[in-house]
Write a protein that binds this ligand. Sequence first.
Ligand code: SF4
Length: 342
Amino acid sequence: MRLPFQPDRVFFEPASLEYPLGKELYQYFRKLNIPIQKTTSHNQVRGIPGETELEQYRNAKRTLVIGVRHTLKFEPSLPSAEYALPLATGCMGHCHYCYLQSTMGKKPYLRIYVNTDEILEQAAKYINERAPEVTRFEAACTSDPLSLEHLTGNLAKAIQFFAEQPLGRLRFVTKYHWVEPLLRIEHQGHTRFRFSMNAATITKQFEPNTSSLEQRIAAANQVAQAGYPLGFIIAPIFRFPEWRDAYTEMFEKMAEQLQAQVVEPITFELISHRYTMTAKNIILQHYPRTSLEMNEEEREKKWGRYGRVKYMYPKQDLHELEEFFRGQIQAYFPEAVTEYFT
Ligand code: SF4
């Protein structure tokens, strides 16, 4: 049974100790005898051991930094939400394709922000600015927050906060199953849990240190029973020799094991695999033996923001994937809503 994240070492930004959560975490790690160091800034952490870059990367993934989020300008998070809600960064998982490897660059360590109240106050400002429109916040843009929840309680706090926001909605996606502490919160249906799913062969090969698909489905049942809106993100979608059979098996398993009544239609978000050359190089550094397929000759170039080139599946292949996935959802979850395919 996989356990939630426990670091090998912890760094504290001095200002974090002025907040109740910072003080609590300091005592918690002291009692556990986990080595504690100070860092002047959560952006400048020095002293993570490792002879090679790969060792440093692996050790950074076992390092936790407790800090204060000073930048209260939230990033956009389309298409799934209007804004990213910054509660933490980094993740204990080792998914070979994880985009955090590129976005976090030299800082793959995990960071927790302790000024949750200030962050949520800022969310309230964004909600007011957009009224009477509903504003959605995504809490999993820079982390998988469920793997840190036992340390922070930040998701619980955010769920309670959004329960009181008629025009605010929270959503996050996870590959973990530790939903238990969140089940009894008064959420008013304002938080949508989404579970990341994939074909069994993909999760087995490329998602080390995450919960199994069975655990994710069991957790999805639990949150649906607790009355939360539920969704699934199928990502990244890969084409491999038996992709049709493998994804059909995934849908079959989900439909068979998902027994709870849902309060709102289940949502599906579908994201096909793509990569940049920068990401490919980083992935091959971090996971040198990966069998992740990243062959430019089989992909089509797409120019993204800042002139970045993404390698996508060719249009015809994407069309085929989209048709297949929409068809499967229609067959196995006829009431569900597919929010987008990209
Ligand atoms: Fe990245 Fe999500 Fe895997 Fe964590 S669980 S490594 S955030 S893809």
